[in-house]
Design a protein. Sequence first.
Length: 300
Amino acid sequence: MPVIEVENLVKSYGEVEAVRGVDLCVDAGEVFALLGPNGAGKSTIVEILEGHREKTSGTVSVLGFDPTTRHRDYRERIGIVLQETAVEDQLTVKEAIDIYGSMYPKRRPTGDLIEIVGLEQKTNARIKTLSGGQRRRLELALGIVGDPDLIFLDEPTTGFDPSARRQAWTIVENLTSLGKTVLLTTHYMDEAQFLANRVAVIANGKIVAEGTPDSLGDRQSAMSMISFSVDSLPEVSLPVEGAVISPSGAVELRSADPTSDLHTITGWSLDNEVDLVDLSVTRPTLEDVYLELTGGDADE
């Protein structure tokens, strides 16, 4: 069942169209990632879905509500985790969650939230003593304190070191295991690859591609690259067409059937006693597809 339904969404500022006819559908229980460079319209779309910005035209339904009405029942069913939340530094972690939770008629117990975000050792620590990653975990706890059905996560791991990012991913997985729906914005392609059931790439106010991380931009059928090096090429030529061989012995082959071509190449190497150094088979990554779809603008 769709949690978010958007049809022909348009947002204009004078003669400038920031969002140009976007269609979007997010199902219950999935993690949906929005990817796009600065100025693409991503933030505008999210703010309209949250009810913080009004659309120019089109239809928007979130949890069955028009978000622009900011109906109390709607606000109580969504959780928003911004890139930074202002919280009184003198409060303890437990006190902050208790205060935020007191505003919701339905809320998760403070202890459960602290466990979900992995702050058990900081329950009674003052917020001013928390590290950046720990503060981000607290912000996530505050965003879900009302036990929302839909959670908006805006760049949840910006500024995290690799270890902290992996821990944050586990938290998001914990949320989905609770049956929550997550709309994620991120500029980390590995994050979208790991967390998202589906992704949409936005460029110039339009969705230019949508699908699973593995299928986006026809990645599943894209040409793979087989590469390796040899100390010296034998007199017997390579048994595959299209291989590019450099004077140093580096070999690259774009292949539509890497399994078959790899079998042929390894058989050739054994028959001719040729060592294949640094043999690898790769296909376009999600980042490769993203850069192609957005015109090479990787700046988020």
